[in-house]
Design a binder for this molecule. Structure first.
Ligand code: ADP
Ligand code: MG
Ligand code: MG
Length: 895
């Protein structure tokens, strides 16, 4: 018979698919001999069965009873025993950790009878009633679906009645009364009392945890993190230990290194006289872990030992939950800790230096999204601006936004296009949508391991938490600072998650230290954290460059951009657009060329453009000396360089109406603009079509480039220019362009005495070009996939129109998971890329292949391009480091 339940002692870390991450971790720690309260895990398979069939697999309850009997024997206590009851926790735990997204129920097994026995066995009546009221509350919320708020309100009311400043001041009698109030809430809300039979409690709890996989917040979280919908959660049933038995008890969270900054050394929060979620819920303020060394030196020492064992074992940052019950330490959970981008790089590098992991492994532990985050700007000297308040720097970065005081408000404002800062006293899992919508999260309560902090770090959002001097009043949509400043909904504030400060208004931004370093600037004053971080980034990039098969080039149109790209590590230019070389003062020359009625007039205009283009090319080739520079012939339709049709028509009409003379030049200009007007310019006379139909245009551009190459050679340079033809549909277009190119090259070679030969390639940016790549490769020495146009033409959507009108709706409705303009659509557009590479190489084995759309800088797309076998990706200069990192990671993970 199939097994659905495993003792912790029988599982292993490798079985996370079946046991969930938490179950596998508990099993692994049990095996390592750590003090884990015993228990067992119901598999994810049982959950999948339940979700599909609507009932648990046959025999599951029997199997659970059987394991429970073993647990009772181990503990020497029986579940439901009136004198000395065993209490259980029932905990969710999926394959991938989803902190706080699903449900846990503690203290299962209490009822009106066992609570008395439990009190006696503890010798503590108050603690027993504290557990009972927690059970009714968690059971009510999780199993019966009663809104948590009702219980919270009841506790607050009870505290007020008793004049208690915090929960620990409530007396036994208060808690007994509260339990009764909670039970009345259950009756009122769902028409049933709290079940007294412990076995029924357990059965219902297990099913509720299964069901919590499909809860709203779990779904939102999975969508965001890309966790598959069909994994299901395991359920861990475990003997309870109690952190709420007095000052010699407590509960805490510890990390083996600082997950916010990556600083070495253990780090965490501790809360005496507390159970379960008290630490993360931010209801009372925690103390830093170092304080435990004074409160309970022996437990502290023991904990450090366990943390060391765990980090050695998992070879990574571990995040650990622990509880101290009357001076005895218990470990309740471990997992690989979530961390900020900064911590990810620093920890990976530290572990390499400590010889715990290899450079390859380190490279796979960081990613391009994180590097992007490290390159976003910081506030210019936030320290110089008096803050509204200071809290804990829980998740670094700089964010500016309008204050929003509820999750719904944050979502609404962000949908309306505003940048938002979510401000709450503390956050709960229900605030997830608002946190996703916000740039930053600010709370007045809670430590660095509070819900707000943990979730924000996981999402890469800026967070300042525990800004205690703020009075946050969500009901009034405002917060008040210590000196009485009132900030209302919609007021703009700046949150510095690196310093932990909040400021009124929008503070100015500056380059991040990582960007500054990559760009070659070395600010003089630097703290050791910054030095460590830039060192770690450097180490990863260096290893990425060593490992990658694909080259990274940049899209750059000016010598300045070329130089910048080079500093950022680009190995050439994959796309040099010539259009800007037709703008500014040169626009008049374009106009002259278009308006010329004679061939000689047109040639004269082109001849005046020639030296200007040549100058640009020379400067770019100088900046990229020794490296490839791919120059694309003019792509956009000519009317983009002419005045706006409507404006011109109106002004000419106005002059006529007023009887003012209209110059023949303007008449001709208007006629030309009208003649060139296109209904759908994206699919009109542009790209190679323009080059073929405007006499002299290609020749001028080729000549400018060839002369620039010759000039560079004559001064001892090493230019590697390549010519790229845009928007080719058929090989015949390319053949005709090639004739022209060959003719001009021959001329320039003769004139200059420098033999100039430019490789000629084409963009593959139309489906037809990809489909006929085998034929086109006969005329092309390289292909560069223009994935922007290729995406537009494959999908039949214009990017600007789609983004303005309906892309958001498509994403919201789940028709699209990501925008195909951000991450390459591998199923559709990607197949055209693969086909193009394959058939192109079949014709020409040494065909060069690259990509020059924006996808060239997108991490997920880069991984695909590696698999598709491309030689290089080209992206905007600032994305170059990210692309280098991802190209390296792609190579390492494929090997
Ligand atoms: P999450 O996945 O949200 O972290 P957990 O299942 O870890 O949820 O449990 C929630 C809280 O209850 C945690 O603080 C955990 O340490 C505590 N807890 C879980 N099991 C026990 C237990 N057997 N004894 C005491 N506390 C427990
Ligand atoms: Mg936990
Ligand atoms: Mg294009």
């Amino acid at each position: 018979m199939k097994r659905y339940v495993y003792d912790f002692a029988d599982g292993r870390a490798e079985e996370a698919d079946l046991l969930g991450g938490k179950g596998a971790g508990l099993a692994e720690m049990t095996r390592l001999g750590l003090p884990v309260p015993p228990g067992f895990t119901v598999t994810t398979e049982a959950c999948r069965f339940f979700l599909a069939q609507g009932h648990v697999p046959e025999g599951l309850d029997w199997e659970i009873d059987d394991r429970l009997a073993t647990l009772e024997a181990t503990m020497g206590r029986d579940f439901g025993d009136p004198d000395e009851p065993l209490l259980l926790s029932v905990r969710s735990g999926a394959r991938f950790s989803m902190p706080g997204m699903m449900d846990t129920i503690l203290d299962l097994g209490l009822n009106d009878v066992t609570v008395t026995g439990f009190a006696k066995s503890l010798g503590q009546e108050r603690a027993a009633w504290d557990c009972y009221r927690r059970l009714v509350q968690m059971f009510g919320a999780t199993v019966l679906g009663v809104p948590d708020r009702l219980f919270d309100d009841a506790i607050t009311a009870q505290r007020k009645r008793r004049g208690a400043a915090s929960d620990i001041e409530l007396t036994t009698e208060d808690l007994r009364e509260l339990t009764g109030i909670f039970r009345r809430i259950l009756c009122d809300e769902v028409g049933r009392d709290f079940p007294q039979d412990p076995r029924e409690q357990l059965r219902l709890a297990v099913r509720a945890v299964f069901r919590s996989w499909q809860g709203e917040r779990a779904r939102v979280y999975r969508r965001r993190e890309g966790i598959p919908e069909d994994l299901g959660t395991a359920v861990n049933v475990q003997a309870m230990v109690f952190g709420n038995l007095g000052p010699d008890s407590g509960t805490g969270v510890a990390f083996t290194r600082d997950p916010a900054t990556g600083r070495p050394g253990v780090y965490g929060d501790y809360l005496a006289e507390a159970q379960g979620e008290d630490v993360v819920a931010g209801i009372r303020n925690t103390v830093p872990l170092q304080r435990l060394a004074e409160l309970d030196p022996s437990c502290h020492r023991e904990l450090l030992g366990h943390l060391h064992v765990l980090e050695e074992h998992y070879r990574d940052l571990c995040d650990v939950e622990f509880t101290i019950e009357r001076g005895r330490l218990w470990i309740l959970q471990t997992r690989i800790g979530k961390r900020t981008a900064e911590a990810a790089f620093r920890i990976a590098a530290q572990l390499v230096v400590e010889r715990t992991i290899s450079l390859d492994e380190a490279l796979l532990r960081v990613n391009g999204e994180q590097l992007t985050r490290l390159m976003v700007p910081r506030f210019t000297a936030a320290a110089d601006h008096a803050p509204l308040a200071t809290g804990l720097a829980a998740s670094p970065g700089a964010a500016v936004g309008a204050a929003a005081f509820s999750s719904a408000e944050a979502v609404r404002r962000s949908a309306a296009g505003q940048r938002v800062v979510l401000v709450r006293p503390e956050t709960s899992p229900d605030d997830l949508p608002g946190m996703l919508a916000a740039e930053a999260v600010l709370t007045s309560r809670g430590g660095r391991t509070s819900h707000a902090a943990v979730v924000a770090r996981g999402l890469g959002k800026v967070c300042v938490c525990g800004a205690e001097s703020l009075r946050v009043e969500p009901g009034h949509e405002r917060f008040t600072t210590a000196d009485g400043t009132v900030v209302s909904a919609g007021d703009v504030i700046s949150v510095d998650g690196t310093l932990g400060t909040v400021h009124l208004g929008a503070l100015p931004l500056t380059d991040s230290p990582v960007s500054a370093h990559l760009l070659g600037g070395l600010p003089e004053v630097e703290d050791s954290d910054t030095v460590d971080l830039v060192g770690a980034v450097g180490m990863m990039l260096q290893h990425a460059d060593r490992s990658s098969r694909m080259q990274v080039r940049a899209n750059a149109d000016t010598p300045e951009d070329a130089a910048k790209a080079l500093t950022l590590g680009a190995r050439g230019i994959g796309l040099c657009r010539t259009e800007h070389m037709f703008l500014g003062e040169r626009r008049q020359l374009v106009e002259d060329m278009v308006l010329a009625d004679t061939a000689s007039g047109r040639d004269a205009a082109l001849a005046r453009l020639l030296p200007l283009q040549r100058g640009d090319f020379e400067a770019i080739l100088a900046a990229m000396d020794g490296l490839p520079v791919t120059v694309r012939l003019l792509d956009p339709p000519l009317h983009e360089f002419l005045p706006d049709r409507t404006a011109l028509a109106v002004s000419v009409a106005a002059d006529r109406a007023a009887g003012r003379p209209v110059s023949p030049d303007r008449e001709r200009l208007l006629a030309a603009v009208e003649r060139m007007h296109e209904e759908n310019p994206m699919l009109g006379l542009r790209g190679v079509r323009l080059g073929l139909l405007v006499p002299g245009l290609v020749a001028m551009q080729v000549r400018a480039l060839a002369e620039a190459v010759a000039a560079r050679r004559l001064v001892g340079g090493d230019p590697h220019a390549e010519l790229m033809v845009p928007l080719v549909d058929t090989v015949e277009e390319l053949r005709q362009v090639r004739k022209e190119v060959d003719r001009v090259l021959a001329e320039v070679s003769t004139e200059t005495g420098v033999p100039v030969d430019l490789p000629l390639g084409t963009m593959i940016e139309l489906p037809r070009a990809a489909l006929t790549a085998g034929t086109i490769a006969a005329e092309a020495e390289f292909f560069s996939f223009g994935t922007n146009d290729l995406t537009q033409t494959t999908w039949g959507l214009s990017r600007d129109d789609a983004e303005a009108a309906f892309l958001t709706a498509y994403l919201e409705r789940g028709i699209l998971r990501v925008s195909p303009f951000e991450t390459l659509d591998t199923e559709g557009v990607g197949r055209l890329v693969e086909l193009g590479v394959r058939e192109g190489r079949a014709t020409r084995p040494h065909l060069g292949t690259g990509v020059c759309g924006e996808h060239g800088g997108d991490p997920a797309s880069i991984r695909f391009f590696h698999r598709a076998g491309l030689d290089y990706v080209s992206c905007s200069p600032l994305r170059v480091p990210v692309a280098r990192l991802e190209a390296g990671r792609a190579a390492v993970s494929a090997s």
